[in-house]
Design a protein around this ligand. Structure first.
Ligand SMILES: [Zn+2]
Length: 150
């Protein structure tokens, strides 16, 4: 997969893979000109993200789809680009609350992927009608979404 730095019009280079500590896997890409770094999480919830970029994973090319939030994240590298809720499509209502324990656990996730990780758990909770995200909910989400062992 490839990312283009919009400001420099340069292809970003694959930099490293990281395990943020909550079981998700992140790959980071860096612009060789300005040093801007973007990160991408690989897990089932992000299939839509991968689709929107038209990249090839596991030998399968997925069709390109419009997904404005992702383009925004990729072009700005902002950690909170996923928290604005524009791509929700109205499939759920209300935003789940975070317990103090869950917030503390989230705080251990590196900055550059925290917004995406938070969004994954929030989507999971919303889809199941869970009003408050606790460490137990996070464990359940990880197990159910297959985020462990990646
Ligand atoms: Zn650049």
């Amino acid at each position: 997969m490839k990312f283009l730095c919009v400001d420099c019009d340069k292809q970003m280079a694959f930099e490293e893979r990281q395990l943020p500590g909550d079981g998700t896997l992140a790959a980071t890409f860096k612009c060789p000109t300005c040093g801007r770094v973007v990160a991408m999480l690989t897990n089932p919830m992000e299939t839509q993200l991968v689709s929107s970029l038209g990249v090839e994973i596991g030998g399968r090319t997925v069709p390109e789809q419009p997904f404005e939030t992702v383009r925004k994240m990729v072009s700005t590298g902002r950690e909170d680009a996923f928290e604005e809720g524009t791509g929700d499509g109205g499939r759920g209502k209300g935003t789940p609350a975070w317990s103090m324990d869950a917030e503390a656990r989230l705080a251990r996730v590196p900055n550059f992927v925290r917004g995406m990780v938070k969004r994954i758990y929030a989507d999971y909770a919303r889809e199941r009608g869970i009003a408050e995200i606790t460490p137990a909910v996070m464990d359940m989400a990880r197990a159910e979404l297959g985020l462990e062992g990646m």
